[in-house]
Design a protein around this ligand. Structure first.
Ligand code: PEP
Ligand code: MG
Length: 876
């Protein structure tokens, strides 16, 4: 088998074999771009390495050596030859880009002899020994597992001894001394000597890259981004070119369009006299790419042309790494650039305008999950801001929270429900769990392409980088800036769109849709077959959802109207009533309130269908907490002159609360079971709905009402409730002289409903799949407890591919839904079907809903744009 490919032997099509980076290097080489030569060891070799019990087979080694010989011939350089040493970089390259998650070794091939050769050849001993120590440092860290700080300590000590502040001030002799100490510390830490044999170094480095596929941070990254574990990584071995040989050298990263806003101009960063890792690792803050135009106009011109060519070739925004060695430009890497949602939308829409791609392709390019970012809050423009400093606007959106300085603390506090902002000098890939947990990231070092920036953008978190005025002391957990001192736990706000760091908590406001976003969604609307509705139970949410393009309400949960503070006492009075009269009195008080709610919602939806669900939760949810009541009673009992009557009332209340208590409230007296036992409650709600409809109709506000009966499991439950609704309907129609446009249907949210959907369809005008309860009842997982108790472990251990409360379990719950639709439509061809559980706003579930032919999905207002896009993607 062929395990190793020279760059010119591969092609872009072999991404799964050569990894993303290897495939691109092959493609660029074949396109005649100035790519330093090299070869790629395949992902299959990585998997073979694991199959063989973590050893690289002789056959693979043989092929590597052969390719190395070709490389030597091509470059005229030789491994280990002090007169003209071949130096290479060794980098991981997975099929899906995982920036910074796996290991890289640069300057491989240096040893005590070749370093002096390099010094002679470049006439620059300082550069040569600096490269050598960088190599030992990286090799020691990545390959031999010696912690980074051992090396940093040695460098710090050297600088202190020489009385200098920065690395470039150290001389060749200084570095030679550092190198000796580096080797000593490696031996001391590992009991193994640093290898002077280049081929041995290469084998060790390749092994380390293979190994890094299974390191902690790579695994977390794959989990977050749903990248399968079995893919393995390729390894790219490439001739080193040097951006740090002097002032006619440099290195940079550039995007063909602005990755934050999507604007169409070359956007990037450049560092004179530096090596690429300085930029990517965020150790030095680079200059804007305009620097390159100023310092090396010819190279800039050439680079710009190559960038355009690459974009045209890949028909997507490119993220290009380049190096200038002694006035010669080299392209080290290109890939489709990571971008914010805002940029993704703008680039996709612009590229349709530029005839790069068509509308369907533009729609497919946007990950619906990413849209969340665009719907992220912004700072209230009217808020008074105390801006303490500014950094680079690395990832848009605003966030407020308590300062934390360590990723572990971020995770801990976020776990307790706190909003935190992770503040660090720079983030490294080891901080990924903290970035995940935090609302926002703030760093004092690193540019727009540093890890913090790239990772935060991918996750849609607010992030500010390179905020150099911050003096961060990790030990005392304190950050100073200007006259301010902040400690752990202090509140700050960051605005990732402008880079402003603000003291305290700032009010945030809802986002608005950009013209490009609106346009893209209008294309999606032309394509999609399903309608998109929203779950809303007040006029304000209804209006918001319509702004986002909702085409009706798919679920109005009426219990939220009962929970309002001034209504709770009346609701409690209704529940606690001892006689029918008492109950009716309370219901009569609630009636006008409910009617008013419905009028507001119907007006906001202006004739679009409004699906209103009658009361669903168990009644005890509206009553005070039993333990608190008991405490209050005890207090009363211990007060000598307590009000006797008050005490009797309390005792009665406690009796009632106890009576309503259930062992399994979610399986208890709720849904239509309430309506069956207390028909007067459903009657009052129905009356309020119909009177609201009449009120609207009389003012020429059109209405379309769907009355939904929850938790039906047996058709007779629905028959009864339907009769109740229709009776009230006909009374109100008679007395008003108006016809109310309404239908009656049910939720399908217990398995029996899906299994007997043909019977239920006889009584239902529509089905709405309540997938929250349907998931709960199908799995027998409590939706309130499972996620916190065991479901995360199920997902971590891959017992379940996903949390079924987030993405529909296709094999089980999905099968029930499909059965429900089929059986229902067999009986009633024009049965309207939709989904209103949380899954209605999740892309894979939406795709499924389209596939089985639902008429609509319904989701929370902020997810409506996502659902419009997903529904279109499902068609394409
Ligand atoms: C459902 O069960 O999916 C549903 C939408 O209803 P609720 O979440 O209110 O129980
Ligand atoms: Mg439900």
């Amino acid at each position: 088998r062929k395990w190793v490919y020279l760059f010119h032997e591969g092609s872009a099509k072999q991404k799964s074999l050569l990894g993303g980076k290897g495939a691109n290097l092959a493609e660029m080489t074949n396109a005649g771009l100035p790519v330093p030569p090299g070869f790629t060891i395949t992902t299959e070799a990585c998997n073979q390495y694991y199959q063989d019990g973590r050893v690289i087979s002789d056959e693979i080694i043989e092929q590597m050596k052969k390719s190395l010989n070709v490389l030597e011939e091509k470059t005229g350089k030789q491994f280990g030859n002090p007169d003209n040493p071949l130096l290479v970089s060794v980098r991981s390259g997975a099929v899906f880009s995982m920036p910074g998650m796996m290991d890289t070794v640069l300057n491989l091939g240096l040893n005590d002899e070749t370093v002096s050769g390099l010094a002679r050849l470049t006439n620059n001993p300082r550069f040569a020994y600096d490269s050598y120590r960088r190599f030992i440092q990286m090799f020691g860290d990545v390959v031999m597992g010696v912690e980074h700080y051992h090396f940093e300590k040695i460098i710090q000590a050297k600088k202190a001894q020489r009385g200098v502040k920065s690395d470039p001030e150290l001389t060749a002799e200084d570095w030679q001394d550092v190198i000796t100490k580096f080797k000593a510390v490696i031996f001391q830490q590992t009991q193994t000597a640093f290898s002077e044999s280049p081929i041995e170094q290469l084998l060790q480095a390749v092994t380390a890259v293979f190994r890094s596929w299974h390191n902690h941070r790579a695994k977390i990254y794959r989990n977050i981004h749903k990248i399968p574990d079995h893919l393995g990584t390729a390894v790219n071995v490439q001739l080193m070119v040097f951006g740090n040989m002097g002032d006619d050298c440099g290195t940079g990263v550039a995007f063909t369009r602005n990755p934050s806003t999507g604007e169409n101009y070359l956007y990037g960063e450049f560092l004179l006299n530096a090596q690429g890792e300085d930029v990517v690792a965020g150790v030095r803050t680079p200059e804007p790419i305009a620097q390159l135009a100023e310092k090396m106009p010819d190279i800039f011109e050439q680079f710009q042309q190559i960038a355009q060519k690459l974009e045209l070739h890949y028909l997507d925004m490119q993220d290009i790494e380049f190096t200038v060695e002694r006035g010669t430009l080299y392209i080290l890497q290109t890939r489709n650039g990571k971008r914010t949602a805002e940029a993704a939308v703008k680039i996709a829409v612009d590229m349709v305008g530029e005839s790069f791609i068509n509308k369907e392709e533009a729609i497919l390019r946007i990950d619906p999950d990413q849209l969340d970012q665009l719907l992220h809050p912004r700072l209230d423009p009217d808020a008074k801001l105390e801006v303490v400093t500014k950094g680079l606007p690395a990832s848009p959106g605003a966030a407020s929270g308590e300062i934390v300085f360590h990723a572990d603390d971020a995770e801990k506090l976020a776990g307790k429900g706190k909003a935190v902002i992770l503040v660090r000098p720079e983030t490294t890939p080891e901080d990924i769990h903290g970035i995940l947990a935090a609302k926002g990231i703030l760093t004092s070092r690193g540019g727009m392409t540093s890890h913090a920036a790239v990772v935060a953008r991918g996750m849609g978190k607010a992030c500010i980088c390179g905020c150099e005025q911050l003096k961060i002391d990790l030990r005392s957990k304190e950050v100073k800036v200007g006259g301010y001192v902040f400690h752990e736990g202090d509140l700050i706000t960051i605005d990732g769109s402008t880079g402003r760091v603000i003291q305290g908590k700032v009010p945030l406001i809802d986002p608005v849709l950009s013209p490009e976003f609106t346009e893209l969604l209008s294309w999606a609307d032309e394509i999609r077959k399903m309608k998109v509705r929203t779950n809303a139970d007040n006029p304000e949410d209804s209006r918001k959802a319509r702004e986002f393009g909702a085409e009706g309400i798919g679920l109005c949960r009426t219990e939220h109207m009962f929970m309002e503070l001034n209504r709770i006492p009346i609701v409690q009075k209704m529940i606690l009533a001892e006689t029918g009269d008492e109950r009716n009195e309370a219901l009569a008080e609630l009636l006008p309130m409910q009617r008013e709610d419905f009028v507001g919602i119907l007006e906001a939806m202006d004739g679009l269908p409004v699906n209103i669900r009658l009361l669903d939760p168990p009644l005890h949810e509206f009553l005070p907490n039993l333990e608190e009541l008991l405490v209050e009673l005890t207090k009363l009992q211990m007060t000598p002159d307590a009000d006797r009557l008050e005490m009797i009332r309390k005792e009665a209340l406690i009796r009632k609360v106890r009576a309503l208590q259930e062992f399994n409230p979610m399986l208890g007296h709720r849904g239509c079971r309430l309506g069956l036992i207390y028909p007067e409650i459903y009657a009052m709600q129905t009356q309020a709905i119909f009177e609201a409809a009449i009120d609207c109709l009389q003012r020429n506000v059109p209405v379309e009402i769907e009355i939904m009966i929850p938790l039906v499991g047996h058709v007779k439950e629905l028959t009864e409730m339907r009769r109740l609704v229709e009776q009230i309907g006909s009374e109100i129609e008679k007395s008003s002289g108006l016809k109310i446009p309404y239908t009656v249907g049910t939720m399908i949210e217990v398995p029996r409903a899906a299994l007997t959907a043909d019977q239920i369809a006889e009584e239902a005008d529509f089905f709405s799949f309540g997938t929250n309860d349907l998931t709960q009842t199908t799995f027998g997982f409590s939706r309130d407890d499972a996620e916190g108790k065991f479901l995360h472990a199920y997902v971590d251990n891959k017992i379940l591919p996903e949390n079924p409360f987030v993405s529909i379990d296709l094999d089980g719950v999905g099968k029930l839904i499909e059965m429900g639709v089929t059986l229902g439509r067999e009986k009633k061809a024009d049965l309207k079907t939709g989904i209103c559980g949380e899954h209605g706003g999740e892309k894979r579930s939406i795709e499924f809903c389209h596939k089985i032919g639902l008429d609509y999905v319904s989701c929370s207002p902020f997810r409506v744009p996502l659902a419009r896009l997903s529904a279109a993607q499902a068609v394409i």
